[in-house]
Design a protein around this ligand. Structure first.
Ligand SMILES: Cc1ncc(COP(=O)(O)O)c(C=O)c1O
Length: 389
């Protein structure tokens, strides 16, 4: 089964990307560790479509691509060694010397760093846009703009762009669009259905789900664009290990089920935080009073377990005491794993345009894992108790 829309997404994720009759009856595809592949016939050495070297991927890579295509109903999939590489590969492939890219001001900061450093060194140029710009993006598109990156929501401050308006403006000028879909994970947001050309996944996060792999994926319908990305990947010699491919494929089997728990627990904790006197606001688009709630309802079918809240103004030491007091929440940067994480994220806003930021207090980002919600609340409560009353 690949992309059979007549069955639900959970069913598809269980039954895509494996074929026991080709796997000695084993439920899951095998892990082949291979560089050299020996062929039976000399005629096959230079024949198109014959697997001749491990760098092109083995059975487990093929099956992972099938399952990822089924996730977002995509025709083409590339897998990468990290989510960051899934963000930077389209830029490497599509934006060259004398060409231009538009990035949202809230873009994942290593993507920003790639453009400011490597893209500029290669002769490309970059402009940043306010993620809430909507159709106003049309005024920023230049004749040499080749790619518009979108991120929804921003992974620290949770702005939602108007994806449809940005895509319409890009299409009117023949510019490609790529959307960092790490939060929606292909489950709660399907960018290709909204006309986006490239959906970017850090499968490190909810697909992997266990904080033990680094991996990414690019999903597309356009064969020409997919070919350009595949050529760039081949030029660079990129290849994901079969173990990582297998880990991500295993994670996909339970991702929709896990996300329901992340979603429910995340919302319950977000709502509870709104009642806390120490908190000035909660940045979670599924909350009805969130300024992006309408857009979220229009484009998303659910919410991940990652969100941020703003503490009332506090000293640096108060924030450190707060963070150091957690027992269940780990102090860490990532998300999407089974374990809950906490960090202060406002130090990462140094790159942002200050006009787009209106925060008086420190920002705390939570990734809600699969623990019991009451235990997570108790851990948060203990941390709040460290703050001066
Ligand atoms: C929004 C976003 N995009 C991309 C990435 C990159 O993923 P990876 O950690 O797999 O490189 C991350 C990682 O935190 C992220 O938060």
């Amino acid at each position: 089964m690949s992309s059979n829309k007549t069955v639900g997404l959970s069913t598809r994720m269980i039954h895509s990307g494996r074929n026991p009759s080709n796997q000695l009856g084993a439920v899951n595809p095998p892990i082949h560790r291979a560089s050299t592949i020996v062929l039976n016939r000399a005629e096959d050495l230079y024949k198109d479509g014959v697997r001749t070297y491990g760098i092109g991927g083995m059975q487990v890579h093929d099956e992972l691509k099938n399952a990822l295509c089924a996730l977002e109903d995509a025709n083409h999939c590339l897998i990468t060694e990290s989510g960051l590489l899934a963000c930077t590969l389209p830029i490497f492939a599509l934006v060259g010397a004398g060409e231009h890219i538009l990035l949202p001001d809230n873009v994942y900061s290593p993507t920003r760093r790639y453009c400011d450093r490597s893209l500029k060194r290669a002769g490309g140029s970059v402009s940043y846009y306010d993620p809430t710009i909507g159709e106003g993006i049309a005024d920023l598109i230049q004749d040499n703009t080749r790619l518009i990156m979108i991120e929804s929501p921003g992974s620290l401050t949770f702005e939602l762009p108007d994806i449809r308006a940005i895509v319409a403006a890009a299409k009117a000028r023949g510019v490609a669009t790529a959307l960092d879909n790490c939060w929606g994970s292909g489950v709660y947001l399907r960018p290709l259905d909204l006309g986006v050309d490239i959906s970017i996944l850090a499968t490190t996060k909810y697909a992997g789900g266990h904080s033990d792999t680094l991996s990414g994926a690019l999903l597309l319908n356009d064969a020409n664009l997919a070919n350009k990305l595949a050529e760039a990947s081949a030029d660079l010699g990129l290849c994901t290990s079969p173990e990582d491919a297998s880990i991500v494929l295993r994670g996909l089997r339970t991702m929709t089920t896990r996300l329901k728990v992340h979603e429910k627990a995340g919302l319950e904790i977000a709502e509870w935080l709104q009642t806390r006197p120490e908190v000035s606001q909660v940045l979670h688009p599924a909350l009805p009073d969130n300024p992006y709630h309408k857009l979220w309802k229009r484009d998303f079918t659910g919410s991940a377990g990652l969100f941020t809240f703003e503490l009332k103004p506090s000293s640096k030491q108060d924030v450190l005491n707060f963070l150091n007091s957690f027992e269940l929440f780990g102090l860490g940067f990532s998300y999407g794993g089974y374990e809950s994480l906490v960090m202060n994220c406002d130090p990462q806003l140094v790159y942002r345009d200050k006009n787009n930021l209106k925060f008086d207090g420190p920002l705390i980002r939570l990734s809600i894992g699969l623990e019991d919600v009451e235990d997570l609340k108790a851990d948060l409560e203990k941390a709040f108790a460290t703050l001066p009353q």
